[in-house]
Design a protein around this ligand. Structure first.
Ligand SMILES: Nc1nc2c(ncn2[C@@H]2O[C@H](COP(=O)(O)OP(=O)(O)OP(=O)(O)O)[C@@H](O)[C@H]2O)c(=O)[nH]1
Length: 538
């Protein structure tokens, strides 16, 4: 007799398998006070139908009791769950929410809009893949939008959705929308974003959030949710080198000595050669131990205990790294800082620097420049004020191992802690060991852009090159297959041309593609005609 498994079990397995395969997207919403972040996230959660009945009932009850929408659902209440937030009228922490659709799962960081809480926004952004920059259509680009865009770029987020909200309050004006988009594109041209996707929205009324809006017939781009579901985030295209900062030396008895920590990047197997930094001693991995069992391989994001084949002196804060591609080790570093305290940061100030698992006393040797929020120029200064972003040189009491932040978030980001109050006063990103060439000389106006924006541009160029190469290989393969099957050169060429145009339209959307072509042509014409250096060189 044949036994057929119950259809439900098949469905359950299919369901679980489908959900396991879904990719995860972490995003952050940033905007000024009252731009509508909480309303937008609440609307996304509500419309993606991921609320339980009891959550819905509570939302409806709270909307009647505390809501600002005259009896209608106040979506902000879904997100601003803390009572004290509502009392003060602001969100007071980074609230992480989890939701999922059939195509992807999402973790969203909702952070307060007020300038004094920019630190929360920076914290949320440090783990995000995509940023939604929210703009109130009535106010347009504000100083806080510029600051958020700068921080988002500085923290290595390449994909931005420019969510122009409250379009209902500007009569769904296409002109207003285009004006804001143009202003943002001009401002952000040097910030190295791979993709800026502008979307006209009303978070309150739900337009273009999940379903396309009838109010914006002039907009044919994606809704916010479909953008989030389809935005292509670079997966770990190239294998990153192994890094594990040691958090704890585990020595329960004389027979066992393991080094516990979170794998910050790359992967590791027993037998792999590793170097311990800053000491530089080389050894190999004996075992990868976890609570349940030993592993054959550990990956970034896993917490493990490593044992080594040699007796090596290792303490908390050291980094275990692959021998082939090692981190740098230095006691003076060039860094970008987002300064968050109210008092000014000055040369000579002393802090505790926490990088990975290492904590070392640090002194500010030089404050090189501040990034001007309007022009993004690096302005020479000798101190940084609250919420400034600038470049500094730090001297550490002892050498630490690190990677430039643009290469590795896990081993390139740090915080500065006040040694008396223990407050976190700055978020820092390592650019590299101090570039001695500048020591003693006056910083020039463009130093910062050389070290940072140039690196971002170079990284962007490489990832665009990689994406283009794969698309070109795909198109060539399609044309070759078409030719082999039909032996018709014209037909194969036509298929190839259609394929290229389709890929470009899919990537940009036809409106943006056309706008880009026009923009590219105008820049080319301008550079050819007016840039004396270029015309001289050519
Ligand atoms: N007309 C209109 N009002 C909106 C829209 N989106 C949000 N609002 C209103 O704007 C106000 C602020 O919205 P919130 O979602 O609380 O704003 P927020 O950005 O989270 O504010 P903070 O948490 O204080 O930073 C509320 O009264 C919302 O109802 C919109 O698209 N149109």
């Amino acid at each position: 007799m044949t036994v057929h498994p119950a259809p439900e079990s098949f469905m359950l397995e299919d369901y679980l398998a489908a959900h396991e395969r879904k990719s995860l997207l972490r995003f952050i919403t940033c905007g000024s006070v009252d731009d509508g972040k909480s309303t937008l996230i609440g609307r996304l959660l509500y419309e993606s139908k991921r609320l339980f009945d009891d959550q819905l009932a509570t939302l409806e009850r709270d909307s009647r009791r505390h809501g600002t929408q005259g009896g209608n659902i106040d979506f902000a209440l879904l997100v601003d769950g803390l009572a004290s937030e509502r009392e003060q009228g602001i969100t007071i922490d980074v609230a992480y929410r989890f939701f999922s659709t059939d195509r992807r799962t999402f973790i969203v960081a909702d952070t307060p809009g007020h300038e004094q809480y920019t630190r929360n926004m920076a914290t949320g952004a440090s783990t995000a893949d995509v940023a939604i920059l929210l703009i109130d259509a009535r106010k347009g680009i504000t100083r806080q939008t510029r600051r958020h865009a700068l921080l988002v770029s500085m923290l290595g987020i390449h994909h931005v959705a420019l969510a122009i909200n409250k379009m209902d309050l500007v009569n769904w004006s296409e002109e207003k929308f285009r004006q804001i988009v143009a202003e943002f594109e001009t401002f952000s041209a040097d910030l190295g974003f791979q993709q800026v996707t502008p979307i006209p929205l009303s978070a309150l009324q739900g337009d273009n959030v999940v379903a396309p809006s009838a109010q914006t017939p002039w907009y044919r781009g994606s809704t916010l949710l479909s953008y989030l579901e389809t935005v292509e985030i670079e997966q770990v295209a190239e294998e990153k080198p192994f890094r594990m900062p040691v958090q704890w030396v585990n020595r329960p008895n004389a027979d066992f000595r393991g080094f516990a920590g979170l794998v910050a990047s790359g992967s590791i197997r027993p037998g792999d050669r590793v170097r311990i930094l800053p000491s530089g001693v080389e050894t190999s991995i004996a075992r990868i131990v976890t609570l349940d069992r030993d592993l054959d391989q550990a990956f970034a994001g896993q917490s493990v205990t490593l044992t080594l084949s040699d007796e090596v002196d290792i303490s908390r804060g050291d980094v275990i790294a692959s021998v082939e591609r090692q981190p740098q080790v230095a006691d003076r570093i060039d860094a970008r800082l987002f300064w968050m305290a109210t008092e000014h940061l000055k040369e000579g100030d002393q802090f505790l620097l926490k990088l990975g698992a290492a904590a070392v006393p640090a002194r500010v040797v030089t404050v090189r420049q501040r990034i001007d929020l309007s022009s993004l120029a690096s302005v020479p200064v000798s101190s940084l004020g609250a919420n400034d972003v600038g470049h500094v040189v730090l001297a550490l009491d002892q050498p630490v191992a690190f990677d430039p932040y643009l290469q590795s978030r896990g081993t390139g980001g740090f915080i500065l802690i006040d040694r008396e109050s223990f407050d976190t006063v700055a978020i820092g990103l390592v650019d590299g060991a101090e570039s001695r060439r500048d020591t003693g000389s006056q910083p020039t106006r463009n130093d910062g852009q050389v070290t940072w924006l140039k690196a971002i541009r170079e990284q962007k160029r490489r990832s665009v090159l990689k994406a283009v190469s794969w698309r070109v290989i795909g198109s060539v393969a399609t044309v070759a297959a078409a030719f082999l099957l039909t032996q018709d050169t014209r037909l194969a060429a036509a298929i190839g041309a259609t394929e290229v145009v389709t890929k470009l339209v899919l990537y940009y959307g036809h409106e943006r593609l056309w706008a880009r072509i026009k923009f590219g042509l105008s820049v080319a014409a301008k550079q050819h005609g007016t840039d004396p250096q270029r015309s001289g060189a050519s």
